[in-house]
Design a protein around this ligand. Structure first.
Ligand code: ZN
Length: 128
């Protein structure tokens, strides 16, 4: 009778259910096909790589201002949107939305503080 499963054992101690080749091992467990597996993994990796949705060249090299932060967030959003839909993508979009809210709130706060400072300066209560 021909064995219908691979000769290798799984972590649970059961036979691997994959279809064996002539030497009795499946592609995953065949000790003579390691190089083939490595090549297949590489190929899989390069094929699944997502192309860039944004241009990183325009990004600031250092983050010093709120405008720099927003540029990075815009870039991250542009990179995330074309990605294949997944739980990670969904989480990333929510995280980005949160980061945008924080950055925008901080920016509004700075603008308001500046307006108050200017008003106080105009009244002569704060030295310019
Ligand atoms: Zn196997």
């Amino acid at each position: 009778m021909k064995i219908a499963h691979c000769k290798a054992l799984t972590k649970q101690g059961k036979y691997c259910p994959n279809k064996p080749s002539a030497n009795g091992y499946c592609f995953t467990h065949d000790p003579t096909r390691g190089k083939e597996r490595a090549n297949a993994r590489r190929k899989g990796g390069s094929h699944s790589r997502v192309p860039h949705g944004a241009d990183a060249d325009g990004l600031p090299k250092q983050i010093r201002t709120l405008t720099d932060v927003l540029a990075v967030l815009d870039y991250a959003l542009a990179e995330t949107l074309p990605m294949e839909n997944s739980i990670q993508r969904g989480r990333l979009l929510v995280a980005l939305a949160h980061a945008f809210v924080e950055a925008i709130k901080t920016g509004e706060l700075e603008t308001r503080v500046e307006a108050i400072e200017n008003a106080l300066k105009a009244r002569g209560e704060v030295k310019a």
